[in-house]
Ligand binder design. Structure first.
Ligand SMILES: Cc1ncc(C[n+]2csc(CCOP(=O)(O)OP(=O)(O)O)c2C)c(N)n1
Length: 204
């Protein structure tokens, strides 16, 4: 990440944005069959509604697995860029994965954090990141030096595009509002897995 891309703003100066809007901007930047792993709930609901791609995987049921799945995919297919979309509550449940990402250091992995400060899908209970915890600081402390808050929508697009181009691992964090996801992913885990494996060229 060049110049001020490593952290122009802290968590509480970042503009509060909308997850579906940012997801559409992110999908619009994909040009090379990148794999995208949507975390449980809203992260994958908005990914689903942004246009289904065979390279998308939609995690159902388990919090905190988008990043571990993306890490495994990135290691298995080093020529393909892999993106994990994860909520703050889910990441807080699986913080250790940041250390593993930093230690493995796959250049083709980008983590996008949707931080709304709540466990939205279960009723909006506040997470620690609403008040005391800065997940970008934690990611940097884990060893992911290229971790930054997006100051606004344009900054988010710049950070994400740089992550695709410059090599990672990278974490781009966005503060987001409490608007619900715009749709719901089709809940068929076998279909989701098979389509993803075909999309990655590992299943006929
Ligand atoms: C181990 C575990 N505990 C609780 C739940 C219930 N649960 C599902 S999604 C969720 C909240 C996820 O929060 P976050 O990742 O921040 O996403 P948001 O809902 O805010 O979009 C909770 C508590 C679960 N699926 N698994």
């Amino acid at each position: 990440m060049a110049g001020n891309r490593t952290g122009a703003v802290g968590a509480h100066k970042a503009r509060v944005m909308n997850r579906f809007d940012l997801t559409k901007r992110l999908v619009g930047r994909l040009k090379h069959d990148e794999a995208v792993i949507g975390g449980i709930g809203n992260a994958n609901f908005d990914l689903w509604e942004s246009g289904q791609r065979p390279q998308n995987f939609y995690m159902l049921g388990s919090m905190g697995l988008a990043i571990p799945i993306a890490l495994g995919t990135a290691i298995a297919q080093p020529q393909r860029h892999v993106i994990a979309l994860e909520g703050d509550g889910s990441l807080l449940m699986q913080l250790g994965c940041l250390a593993t990402v930093a230690e493995q250091a796959p250049r083709n992995l980008t983590i996008v954090l949707w931080d709304n400060g709540i466990y939205q899908i279960t009723g909006g209970q506040p997470t620690a990141s609403a008040t005391t915890t800065d997940l970008v600081a934690i990611a940097r402390g884990a060893g992911i030096a290229r971790s930054a808050w997006a100051a606004d929508e344009e900054d988010f697009e710049r950070l994400f595009t740089a992550a695709l181009g410059e090599g990672g691992p990278t974490l781009v964090a966005a503060r987001i509002d409490d608007k619900p996801a715009v749709g719901t992913t089709e809940r068929d885990p076998v279909q989701i897995r098979e389509r993803f494996m075909r999309g990655l060229g590992v299943r006929k």
